[in-house]
Ligand binder design. Structure first.
Ligand code: ZN
Length: 243
């Protein structure tokens, strides 16, 4: 079975449609989404509808929870807080309820699917450095976790977290090598690794290989929509450079 793994769409329809059309060219059996469907972008409602229509599993991100009041947005920066209010104002009661009902984590066979971290997922910690991943490896028993949240695709791998946690930027991840993994699939709608192309992954459950993909999309249109919606211009500008 081939599984498309998306994360951090952030209300960017242009990026989401580009990824879905890339997946149509290389068909998958299932699609999962690792949260942050909304926030930052101009199209929370259309993106949410599209994700609920196309995804088999969606887990909750911190922005999804903030929009429905399940997470205090006080810890968000000003731009993110603005976008939380914008999103909440543009979703129907039914859409808000669907966001409220999203689980914090799910499983794809033995792969743990979670937005931020396997350890204390409800607190949405950032796994940016090997030290961050070490905390997760040491405090929860899991073999392979797939996440998003930082918007930077990378893989943490360890045989023994007390000894070493390695980071890899290799877009091909071979999960047959033993040891434990946390794979970040990057962001569809707001990449932050200085590559503005939408990021997503395909996992093949038979070969146990995960590949990270990048797709060009109409960034200018997404930017223009953000401006026209009255959202802060910085939210559009960052899409142009992928930060
Ligand atoms: Zn996010």
């Amino acid at each position: 079975m081939r599984v498309g793994i998306l994360s951090d769409v952030h209300a960017n329809t242009e990026a989401l449609l580009a990824v879905l059309s890339d997946l149509e060219a290389s068909p998958v059996d299932r699609i999962v989404c690792l949260g942050d469907c909304v926030g930052y972008g101009a199209d929370p409602g259309p993106c949410l509808d599209l994700l609920f229509e196309r995804c088999d599993v969606i887990v909750a991100g911190n922005h999804d929870r903030a929009v429905v009041g399940m997470l205090d947005a006080a810890s968000f920066n000003a731009l993110a807080r603005f976008a939380v209010t914008y999103s909440a104002d543009r979703l129907s009661r039914a859409q808000l309820q669907r966001l409220r009902d999203l689980p914090l984590e799910s499983y794809l066979e033995d792969l743990l699917l979670v937005h931020a971290s396997p350890f204390q997922p409800e607190q949405f910690p950032y796994l940016q450095y090997p030290e961050d991943a070490r905390v997760a490896f040491q405090n929860r028993d899991f073999s392979i976790a797939i996440c998003g949240h930082t918007h930077v695709p990378l893989t943490f791998h360890t045989d023994d977290p007390a000894h070493a946690v390695r980071v890899s930027l290799n877009p091909q991840v071979d999960l047959t090598q033993g040891g434990r993994y946390i794979v970040n699939v990057g962001s569809v709608g707001q990449p932050r690794d200085r590559d503005p192309r939408a990021s997503y992954a395909i996992f093949d459950t038979a070969s146990r290989r995960l590949s990270l993909h990048r797709v060009e999309y109409d960034v200018e249109s997404a930017f223009a929509k953000i401006e026209a919606a009255g959202l802060p211009q910085a939210l559009g500008r960052r899409l142009l450079v992928g930060v």
